[in-house]
Design a protein around this ligand. Sequence first.
Ligand SMILES: [Fe+2]
Ligand SMILES: [Fe+2]
Length: 245
Amino acid sequence: MTAPTLARPVVTRPVATHPAPALPSLTAAQTPRLSRRALLHEHRATLAAPRRRYGPVARLLFGTMDLIYGRRGSLEKFLVLEVVARIPYQIWENAAYRALHRRHRDSGLAHRITERIVENREQQDNEQWHLLILSELVGDRVSRFWYGFVPWLMALGYYHVSWLLFVLAPRVSYRLNADFEDHAEHTYAEFVAEHPELERVPHRSSFARQYGAFETVADLLRQIGHDERMHKQESERYLDAGPLR
Ligand SMILES: [Fe+2]
Ligand SMILES: [Fe+2]
């Protein structure tokens, strides 16, 4: 028995194609894992660079963290920093999906929005690895209240502030994140410079396959600091380009 044939030939119409713009070759979270020599070079560059002029919301956040966890850097304090770090990317990604829903007929804009979704997801993942690796380093020696509940409360507050800023003034939200990432980059770099003993502490991680392997804790923190610089530069690019709506 032969298969039935279609009564009419299938006519394929040429489909209008809009060549997708090339994805950026390097998004923030795709920061390459640097060699030891490159890490040392970039570490010196961060230490020599001035900090951004932080806005009032960023200063309030950093001041609150200093008040609770002390002014000096520590692995425990970095853990708190990384709990909060992912939030703006989560808000931007959700907003980008909503924009895509409204503007999907404009293919040019839709491609650019899609690029941002990819970047925001990668940045979230990158921050997630930072959190997991630091959590692994700190272990369970910390208070659940100060390093579990309080950071959760801070993250909740930061989520609502970031969301409101993004709705009312997206550029202010990008600037706040650039300030946050700049602060993180410098804080990691200063901590490594102040703790030369970390050059002799070997680093082993169960997340090395996903994030990368580093011989020492000093190099691991240099790499994380470099990631933060990439995040900052991406927020600064968003600041120049503006929101996609
Ligand atoms: Fe981070
Ligand atoms: Fe970051």
